[in-house]
Design a protein around this ligand. Structure first.
Ligand code: PHE
Ligand code: NA
Length: 453
């Protein structure tokens, strides 16, 4: 009777889950968030959030997917009919993210090609804003230059093609190639960054602890927000991925590997990015504060500037950096789309191909909106909204629902303990039943207060 697709190997599942987790959030979000929220001291709230929310929730989502064997909506409805909407909510947030995440990957793809000629020139900001956001002609030269449209189409053909092929032959194989390659490329970048003059000043600035900062609730909010987004929790993704696990799978162990794997990559990215920023500040004769950036600004404005300044092999370095963004992004985008594609298959009993065409196709169409001029503001607004409300809110409802309303902790704990080496007990129950709801509840309260007053 069991017809659900399955991962071919345990490593395949772990690589796919790590591929989902390791994304733009690690490379361009973590370094600046950590720096701005206490530097070295940020690791205290960050580790706390990882151990009391990140990994416990990952275990919970893996267990739900494995036990109920369905996409998030199906799994939640099997847990309790009234909980199905929770899965759809996560799937909807995943859909929204996929519409703009794809555009960023498309930018990174063309920037990896631009690297060779340093096409962005000296005014990298002007290049991004006034020229590049054109659909087809970033140089506005009158000659056809593929702008973001062509790479965007390539991104979607690639991702939907992989999803068409299914779990084992598509998602697993893609991650088996992308993730090892990403690690190699990124290590080269970090080693190069560390050998640049000024690198050490960047690292000092990054790790300089500001212990007063951890008294501020904002810093804790930032730590939880980073952990949730970074681990792809509460987006219906990890439930879908674990629904393809074979019966005998060490869920708890897998969650620890994915959680620590993602954080290791984050730390590595922080080191690489700040070594490079240290070089940049040294070249310009300014303090690190002047050059720190995150998000779009870091990747597409500051990095091109730095690449211009490198003493040698600029083009190659630029290519490696943007290619890493592409690989990290693609493996996350695949998982984001799988969250709602699996939900469509389970709910409407349609074939995978149809669901890919419907769900992925719709997202691809919407993504065109962001690729136009003005799209960047739109993208920023949606990203802000998703990060502020989407992530913590769904996470909060999810834990409250499972722990307090449906009271499923015991059932899930028994299921996980039955197949895992590490036994779940007080740590897991207190983290999810008490600590996480309190912290997330406070976060939401703070946000509404901030936005309403
Ligand atoms: N975890 C990914 C990152 O760090 C982003 C992501 C968010 C992926 C939500 C899937 C869902 O960039
Ligand atoms: Na991440």
């Amino acid at each position: 009777m069991e017809t659900r697709s399955q991962w071919g190997t345990r490593a395949g599942f772990i690589l796919a889950a790590v591929g989902s987790a390791v994304g733009l959030g690690n490379i361009w979000r973590f370094p600046s968030v950590a720096y701005e929220n206490g530097g070295g001291a940020f690791f205290i709230p960050y580790l706390f959030a990882l151990l009391t929310a990140g990994i416990p929730l990952l275990i919970m989502e893996f267990t739900i997917g494995h036990k109920y064997r369905g996409s998030a909506p199906l799994s939640f409805s099997r847990m309790n009919k009234k909980a199905e909407w929770l899965g759809w909510w996560g799937a909807l947030v995943a859909f929204v993210i996929s519409t703009y995440y794809s555009v960023i990957i498309a930018w990174a793809m063309s920037y990896s090609i631009f690297s060779f000629n340093l096409s962005w020139g000296s005014d990298t900001e002007g290049f991004l804003f006034s020229n590049y956001l054109n659909l087809t002609d970033p140089g506005q030269t009158g000659n056809f230059v593929p702008g973001v449209l062509v790479p965007l189409i390539i991104v979607w053909v690639l991702v939907l093609g992989i999803l068409f092929k299914g779990v084992k032959k598509g998602i697993e194989i893609a991650n088996r190639i992308f993730i090892p390659l990403l690690i190699v490329l990124f290590l080269i970048i970090v080693v190069r960054a560390l050998t640049l003059p000024g690198a050490i000043d960047g690292l000092n600035a990054f790790f300089q602890p500001d212990f007063n900062s951890i008294m501020s609730s904002d810093v804790w909010v930032a730590a939880y927000g980073q952990i949730f987004f970074s681990l792809s929790i509460a987006f219906a993704i990890m439930i879908a991925y674990s629904s393809y696990l074979p019966k005998k799978s060490d869920i708890t162990n897998n969650a620890f590997i994915v959680g620590f794997g993602n954080s290791s990559f984050e730390l590595l990215a922080g080191i690489g990015v700040f070594a490079i920023l240290g070089f940049m500040a040294g070249q310009a004769g300014v303090g690190i504060d002047e050059v720190v950036a995150g998000g779009v600004g870091l990747a597409f404005v500051v990095f091109p500037q730095i690449i211009n300044e490198l003493p040698a092999l600029n083009g190659l370095f630029g290519f490696l950096f943007f290619a890493s963004l592409v690989l990290a992004g693609l493996s996350s985008l695949i998982s984001i789309c799988e969250a709602y594609i699996s939900a469509l298959v389970d709910k409407f009993k349609i074939s995978r191909s149809k669901a890919v065409l419907l769900g992925g196709g719709l997202s691809a169409l919407v993504s065109l909106l962001y690729a136009t001029q003005g799209g960047l503001n739109f993208l920023d607004a949606v990203d802000y909204f998703i990060n502020q409300f989407g992530v913590a809110f769904v996470g909060l409802i999810e834990v409250v629902m499972v722990a307090w309303i449906l009271r499923k902790m015991k059932t899930l704990q028994e299921h996980a303990n039955g197949i895992s080496d590490i036994r779940l007990g007080a740590w897991w129950n207190i983290s999810l039943g008490v600590i996480t709801p309190i912290v997330l509840g406070y976060m939401m309260f703070d946000l509404f207060k901030l936005n309403l007053l």
